[in-house]
Unconditional design. Structure first.
Length: 438
């Protein structure tokens, strides 16, 4: 009896009106949003803001800025003066009175005549470089945030697609059959039943794999945003980014890229370091004031004097400092040239990749996804009517869901390519002053 009921039940599944309806294309990224507890829906901008608040990379950059600010404050500081006191028994010996006392008070102040202004120029350039370095790290963090965010979007969309596929393959015959429906039941051969069972198991395995990928993506997302393990996560749906502007629009703004600014400021600091090294070849001259107590003309008298101390560079002229500073300037100049070359190349590649991916995604949607959806719907109806065999149904099913999966992957790749373009062009996500954004 069971051998007869099973073929009849499967026939009801494939000839029921619900089975023959066109397959709706569920919006990508909608997975898990309906069952998620009430919480804020994370957008890429919100995620980037939280990463900025918590990322140790930015705290390290801010600490570097604080250190450079301290260096700038110290660059204007004069060297400390020197005070000296001397006590001896010379006067007591000379006048025969004996005893000892203070006989000299000396004050010496080094005079940084040329050094301070040059030190300040180096410190200012280093401080500007630290600020630009923070902006550069911010861009890198936004790129990493986009990678984790879009990976989670894709994992949720794939899980939703896998569940939809499983539901369509293994839909309950009892809910598909309408009361009083006058339809002929199609007889399914043992081979067809076995092939449908395999199709059902493939869909179940796809759900398991999608669940595992989703869990891994959630772990990465929670770790990056420092969320609790049980914190609910709801993401905005995955969408295609906008078509980027012409390449020249980004090229005109490339000079303001933080990475270029860092290299440029380092070169400026190295150039200023040459002048600072030249000013430090010799020790600062020192102004000396002294007051001594002497025994003159048979009496104890106070003597006041002034003098200047200047170093004579007989053995060490500190030429190595100037040579080292010049070499550092040459290295910084070469580094700037490399960054400029690589920045233009990276920008062109990122712009080309995003443009091609967007074109490919649209072509796949129009020439593959939509036709595959129509073919799948027609094949389901034809199989239910007995006009097509199970192999045609399996092929149409695989083609349709493979096309949807590839379309989701292309949307994710486009979103990641847009993040690459923002990084290459130096466009932050959360800066409203930027007018051009992919």
């Amino acid at each position: 009896m069971r051998r007869r009921i099973l073929p009849l039940g499967l026939a009801v599944l494939f000839i029921s009106p619900g089975f023959a309806q066109p397959i709706p294309v569920a919006p990508a990224g909608a997975a898990n949003q309906g069952s998620t507890p009430a919480s804020t829906i994370w957008s890429l901008t919100d995620s980037a803001k939280r990463v900025h608040e918590l990322a140790p990379e930015l705290r390290a950059a801010e600490a570097e800025i604080a250190a450079r600010e301290a260096e700038l404050e110290q660059a204007d500081a004069w060297p400390n003066p020197t005070v000296g006191l001397r006590a001896d028994n010379r006067l007591g010996i000379e006048d025969g009175s004996g005893g000892s006392g203070f006989t000299q008070f000396a004050f010496s102040q080094p005079l940084p005549l040329r050094r301070l202004a040059r030190q300040r120029a180096v410190a200012e350039a280093n401080l500007d470089s630290a600020h630009e370095n923070r902006r550069s790290r911010q861009l890198v963090l936004e790129r990493e945030t986009a990678r984790v965010f879009h990976a989670l979007q894709l994992a949720e969309a794939k899980r939703q697609l896998a569940r939809e596929r499983q539901q369509l393959v293994a839909e309950s015959p009892g809910t598909a059959r309408k009361a009083g429906a006058d339809r002929l039941f199609r007889y399914l051969t043992p081979l067809e039943r076995q092939r449908l069972a395999i199709l059902n198991e493939e869909a179940s395995q796809a759900v398991i794999v999608a669940e595992q990928e989703l869990q891994n993506a959630r772990i990465d997302f929670r770790a990056l945003l420092a969320l609790q393990n049980d914190a609910p996560i709801a993401l905005a749906a995955i969408t295609l980014p906008q078509t980027p502007a012409d390449l020249e629009v980004y090229v005109r703004k490339l000079d303001a890229h933080p990475a270029l600014a860092v290299a440029r400021k380092e070169f400026e600091a190295a150039q200023a370091g040459i002048a600072a090294a030249e000013s430090q070849r010799y020790a600062d001259p020192a102004l000396n004031l002294y007051r001594e107590r002497e025994f003159l003309a048979g009496q104890r008298r106070n003597v006041t004097g002034i003098g200047v101390t200047v170093q004579i560079p007989l053995w060490d002229s500190a030429n190595y400092m100037v040579a080292k500073a010049g070499a550092e300037a040459g290295r910084a100049q070469a580094q700037l040239a490399m960054v400029q070359r690589d920045a233009r190349n990276s920008l062109a590649q990122a712009h080309l990749r995003l443009s091609r991916l967007l074109e490919q995604a649209e072509r796949l949607r129009a020439n593959l996804l939509e036709p595959a959806r129509e073919v799948y719907a027609l094949t389901r109806r034809g199989f239910g009517a007995g006009e097509l065999n199970v192999l045609a149904l399996v092929d149409a099913s695989n083609t349709y869901f493979d096309a949807r999966t590839r379309h989701l992957e292309l949307k994710s790749e486009c979103a990641l390519a847009a993040a690459d373009l923002r990084l290459a062009a130096g466009i932050p996500i959360i800066d409203p002053a930027k007018e051009v954004a992919p």
